[in-house]
Design a protein around this ligand. Structure first.
Ligand code: C2O
Ligand code: CU
Ligand code: CU
Length: 477
């Protein structure tokens, strides 16, 4: 195995416990320029800008100068118009042969058309170009946190690593959770070198690049105030390239009320929640009645590569302070959320994820033996308004978060990996667009292919693996 990952029997844990930082802040909201109700219109510009990262100023690749990007807020039924501008400078070609400035926009998690000027990841823009994206959210199920980022094959890992990622929130349709103070947490790691994001090495492409600085909304160990007994709602997205977070708030339970694709029927109480790149989770936290500081940590989790296998990291501190506020947890969240049965006529497909050594000491990554390129891709052809069962096999020694665009799925079964993760996602009415396929394990998904035709993709959300070819095309007829 490559890199510093600890495979088995890790004995020593490295504790990363930075001093308490500034007050927690949500990412800024992108202003809505539209006066028309039902239309959200925003300007989004990819550009290099100086950002203060834990006291050091670095030139990051940002959206509108912010790191993470500003949050786009919409609701079901809206038309979202994004006036996109690529102001990244032309700085040559990377090791994957891609001009570094080439970019585009993907709305990870939105159930919208993958064609035309909607969530079309096959269009690319060089430096200086503008493009008007338009997304019709009339068929998107509400109540979830999504994730926008670039999606040019061969450039995704470097651009997201350098800062291009932001949250995209779709409001709840019901009111079960509207009474709780709500925050967005964008989890992202980075390593700086010479006032810029550290460059990728070929080992980083094999392992997935992890940073040495772990940030919540761009801040190291921010302090979030809660009143004793208060219930807060946290919508969390893992916007990191490769780092997994096994979240724990010590003696406080995390009550999961929503997943990638929407709300659950009721809260599910967990002591830890594992979140791989691209996944989102919506949790309620009820503060202790005892005042004091409580650490939100990422506990060691061995994904088969990377330093995170033996790190215990303080991500954020909750300061329980002030007069008490005894809030109750809801009994129900979205009673309409149900687990689907597998229809007898569902088409079954097998998808195998592999890693190997390529030419000249570099790595290779493939789906069903094919590394995605402009000329070759493993392609699934599906009919609209059908159900499919995808059996995804991981033939490698590391976990791969498998992500499909446009249509969220339900998880039928998981073999291997974290047992709490498996039981949460295989027994609740969770909608998922990103699921960990454990090392040497497998996952079975029920994929309803709904509403939209067009060509889109599925891939590993360790973004280096996607760039190396662990991606396939999905043609929906
Ligand atoms: Cu978040 Cu195809 O990606
Ligand atoms: Cu996506
Ligand atoms: Cu992978």
């Amino acid at each position: 195995m490559m890199g510093g990952g600890c495979m088995m029997g890790c004995t020593s844990t490295t504790v990363i416990d930075p001093p308490r930082g500034a007050a927690f802040a949500d990412p800024p909201t992108l202003p809505n320029l539209s006066m028309t109700s039902g239309v959200v219109e925003v300007n989004l510009e990819a550009k290099i800008a100086p950002v203060n990262v834990n006291g050091t100023t670095a030139n990051l690749q940002t959206y509108n100068g912010f790191f993470p990007g500003p949050t786009i807020k919409v609701k079901k039924g809206d038309i979202l118009k994004v006036h996109f501008k690529n102001s990244l400078p032309y700085t040559g070609v990377n090791d994957m042969g891609m001009p570094r400035d080439m970019t585009n926009l993907h709305t990870h998690g939105l159930h919208v058309s993958p064609a035309g000027n909607a969530d079309n990841v096959l269009v690319h823009f060089p430096s200086g170009e503008t493009f008007d994206y338009e997304y019709d959210l009339s068929l998107h199920r509400g109540g979830n946190l999504n994730f926008y980022h670039p999606h040019v094959h061969g450039n995704v890992a470097e651009q997201v690593w350098a800062g291009q990622a932001g949250a995209l929130e779709v409001a709840d349709e019901g009111t079960a959770l509207s009474g709780y103070e709500t925050h967005i947490l964008v989890l992202k790691d980075i390593t700086l070198s010479g006032g810029a994001p550290e460059a990728h090495t070929s080992a980083d492409f094999m392992n997935g690049k992890e940073g040495d600085t772990m940030l919540v909304n761009g801040q190291v160990n921010p302090v979030l105030a809660m009143r004793p007994g208060q219930v807060q709602r946290w919508k969390i997205v893992n916007a990191s390239n490769a780092r997994f977070y096994k979240l724990s708030l010590g003696s406080h339970s995390l009550r999961v009320v929503g997943t990638d694709g929407g709300l659950l029927d009721k809260p599910y109480t967990q002591s830890t929640v594992l979140l791989s790149p691209g996944e989102r989770v919506d949790v309620l936290v009820k503060a202790s009645s005892t005042k004091g500081y409580y650490k939100l940590q990422a506990l060691p989790y061995n994904r088969g590569a990377g330093d995170s296998a033996n790190q215990q990291i303080t991500l954020m501190t909750v300061n329980v302070t002030g007069s008490s506020l005894s809030q109750n947890l809801p009994a129900m969240v979205d009673p309409s959320a149900t687990r689907l049965n597998v229809p007898a006529n569902a088409v079954t497909r097998q998808i195998t994820l592999s890693m190997g050594m390529g030419m000249m000491g570099g790595g290779s990554a493939s789906i069903n033996g094919i590394a995605f390129s402009d000329t070759e891709a493993y392609t699934i052809v599906s009919g609209r308004e059908t159900y499919e069962v995808w059996e995804i096999y991981n033939h490698s020694m590391m976990d791969h978060p498998f992500h499909q665009h446009v249509n969220p799925a339900q998880v039928i079964s998981i073999s291997g990996g974290d047992s709490a993760y498996k039981s949460l996602y295989t027994t609740t009415p969770a909608w998922k667009d990103t699921v960990i396929v454990p090392a040497m394990g497998s996952v079975k998904l029920l994929v309803p292919v709904k509403d939209y035709g067009g060509t889109t993709v599925f891939h590993c959300h360790i973004l280096e693996h996607e760039d190396m070819g662990m991606m396939g095309l999905w043609d929906i007829l």
